[in-house]
Write a protein that binds this ligand. Sequence first.
Ligand SMILES: Nc1ncnc2c1ncn2[C@@H]1O[C@H](COP(=O)(O)OP(=O)(O)OP(=O)(O)O)[C@@H](O)[C@H]1O
Length: 265
Amino acid sequence: MEDMSLTERAVTTDDIKITARNVQVYYGDTHAIKDVNVDILDKTVTAFIGPSGCGKSTFLRCLNRMNDTIDVARVEGEILLDGEDIYDKRVDPVQLRAKVGMVFQKPNPFPKSIYDNVAYGPKIHGLTKNKAELDQVVEDSLRKAALWNEVKDRLHAPGTGLSGGQQQRLCIARAVATSPEVLLMDEPCSALDPIATAQVEELIDELRANFSVVIVTHSMQQAARVSQRTAFFHLGNLVEYDDTDKIFTNPSDSRTESYITGRIG
Ligand SMILES: Nc1ncnc2c1ncn2[C@@H]1O[C@H](COP(=O)(O)OP(=O)(O)OP(=O)(O)O)[C@@H](O)[C@H]1O
């Protein structure tokens, strides 16, 4: 099937990048994530799928402590990045988010130039010594995000003046500029047309050479195209987590089967 072409390159590693143990998330009295345990592999694209409201975004936000920014949210359990507890009091969430970058549903470039959007992270984290190094990081990041050729002659134009697909690739460039180890993507293509979606999907496949990528998607076709591992969530539970091919061809749980065949969701 043509749609599966990106996943023909199989998982290349067994290295675990993120471990979640007994994770619970509450919003006030709402128990949104129920005892989730999962090992997320390095240099692999992992898709989170499931019906609306099942907790995909909530769990994704646990992985770089974005839930800290929501007053009513409470996270319990353990999440380890390379064996280190990211909820340890000594961990600075801003530093953590440089290592575990995030791309959101709607492209959200800063109201700054294309150059400054990408240079912002390396500047605030002091990652470069001089202007020449910063220029290089900006160029490398825009190349990794497959945007360099389209913007190299207008780096000082506003990022908000780009098309939606270009803005999303700019946000990806901004996220990769701090050399993250993990890239979290929350429905990164939902605001994009099919051509821009295809470009971002290609890019996701390339990024996994360097990063662990976790993507929330409503599109099962997209999960099948871009991921090697898939986690199916339902009512706050992680129902099934396996190789993407297995989830879509021979799921173990009847709830997963109902979802992929369109009976729930
Ligand atoms: N900021 C919040 N405050 C209170 N409840 C929330 C908040 N964010 C999410 N929830 C609740 O937590 C549950 C899980 O929501 P979440 O957005 O994680 O699901 P999702 O699977 O990503 O949904 P969708 O596919 O619709 O984006 C839902 O019941 C939702 O109403």
